[in-house]
Design a binder for this molecule. Structure first.
Ligand SMILES: *Cc1c(COP(=O)(O)O)cnc(C)c1O
Length: 405
């Protein structure tokens, strides 16, 4: 019997790995200097630790450490990338291309820019949540300055063809940004391979602390320039002023090194666990549907709809299992998920969806327990659902009808 409650919401946030915490602690206690203090050993020690973390983060992207700008997380990184490009490149154009299923931290900055006179194209997706490079190519205009397509979706786990889109953008001389908050640390991500100019990442999605992230900003071919959001002491080469949160940055770096070392093994293990969860549910329940792409998805993400059951009710009925219905980031609203809607999932099935986010600390025992809980709860809720009773009657009617044999 696993320890309860079980955490299976790793697309919302992850536990800080104990090894990450260990690396951070001395920077709260003994080494509390300001990394910008050049006049004493406290400052030098902090600066040295930030330099190392910058190398660790850059290494997981195959980037140069000088291309890493530390921020408060992927929300800020997305804002800096999108608003920073729009302001700096205004003379070259005002058109941005993005996708309907992006995180709000991309969509909302785009909406604000529209109010300020930019034109934004929101590309639709197929039923798996993917866009094609051709869609991007067709949307490009001489006024396009930026294409922003996420590496992996936070709700349905779908991976986008970012390498092909990046190559296309390079050929057309348009900057390419990717929100990689979900993919970073889980899947190989090389800025040379995907030809990205800007990449948003976040520590708390990959076993680091909350409140720290980074924006990768390409330095060569092209040298990307950004209008900063925050002015101040000129930290981070003027792109993001503010005293660096040294313990958090140290933790971010340590988290990157662990993900780097464990990536191949961990992604295989999570894919196996995800299959165990999927097959367990499919074997024991009828009318369950997978949302997102069957194979091109994050190793740990499983999003499913349980027909005749409200995802919200299912989630609330399972007090021992921490999961999400729809996206955690829109859970304040009762609207069906805009991501599922964009994939063409009907509203009733969108309302019946649950997101399972498997992570480093989940076990097969936990998966088996969750399968049992979900099956029991779905069966109980369905037994109370008049729609389900009707559908069952209709089905059994069909089975007994001579016409169907
Ligand atoms: C979590 C997440 C964000 C926001 O990151 P924070 O570091 O929490 O600001 C942005 N985009 C995606 C895809 C995410 O999953």
């Amino acid at each position: 019997m696993p320890t309860l409650p079980i955490y299976m919401d790793n697309n919302s946030t992850t536990r800080v790995d104990p090894r990450v915490l260990e690396a951070m602690l001395p920077f709260f206690t003994e080494h509390y200097g300001n990394a910008a203090s050049r006049t004493h050993a406290f400052g030098w020690k902090a600066e040295e630790a930030v330099d190392l973390a910058r190398e660790q983060v850059a290494s997981l992207l195959a980037a140069d450490p000088r291309e890493i700008v530390f921020t408060s997380g992927a929300t800020e990184s997305n804002n800096l990338a999108i608003k920073g490009v729009a302001a700096m490149y205004r003379a070259s154009g005002n058109h941005i291309i993005t996708v309907q299923t992006e995180h709000k931290a991309v969509l909302d900055p785009c909406k604000r820019l529209e109010r300020e006179g930019c034109a934004v194209t929101y590309l639709p997706v197929d039923r798996f949540g993917q866009v094609t490079p051709q869609q991007v190519a067709d949307a490009l205009t001489p006024r396009t300055i930026l294409v922003s397509v996420m590496a992996a979706n936070n709700e349905i786990g779908t991976l986008q063809p970012v390498a092909a889109i990046g190559r296309l953008c390079k050929e057309r001389g348009v900057l390419f940004h990717t929100d990689a908050a979900q993919a970073f640390g889980k899947l190989p991500l090389d800025v040379q391979d995907i030809k990205a100019d800007l990449v948003s990442i976040s520590a708390h999605k990959m076993y680091g602390p909350k409140g720290v992230g980074a924006l990768y900003v390409r330095r060569r071919q092209p040298h990307v320039r950004l209008e900063p959001l925050i002015d101040g002491g000129g930290h981070e080469r003027g792109m993001r002023s503010g005293t660096l949160p040294v313990p958090s940055i140290v933790g971010f770096g340590a988290a990157c090194t662990l993900c780097h070392k464990e990536l191949a093994h961990e992604s295989a293990r999570l894919t196996d666990m995800r299959q165990r969860l999927l097959l367990g549910l499919q074997d024991r329940l009828d009318a369950v549907f997978l949302n997102g792409h069957p194979t091109e998805r994050l190793p740990g993400n499983l999003n499913m709809s349980f027909a005749y059951v409200q995802g919200e009710a299912l989630m609330m009925a399972m007090r021992n299992v921490a999961i999400s219905s729809g996206s955690a980031c829109t859970s304040a609203s009762v609207e069906p998920s805009y991501v599922l809607r964009a994939c063409g999932v009907p509203d009733d099935l969108a309302h019946a969806s649950i997101r399972f986010g498997l992570g480093r600390f989940n076990t097969d025992d936990e998966v088996d327990f969750v399968v049992g809980e979900v099956v029991r709860t779905v069966e109980r809720l369905r037994s109370l659902s008049p729609d389900h009773a009707l559908a069952r009657q209709a089905r059994s009617g069909l089975q007994h009808s001579p016409l169907s044999q």
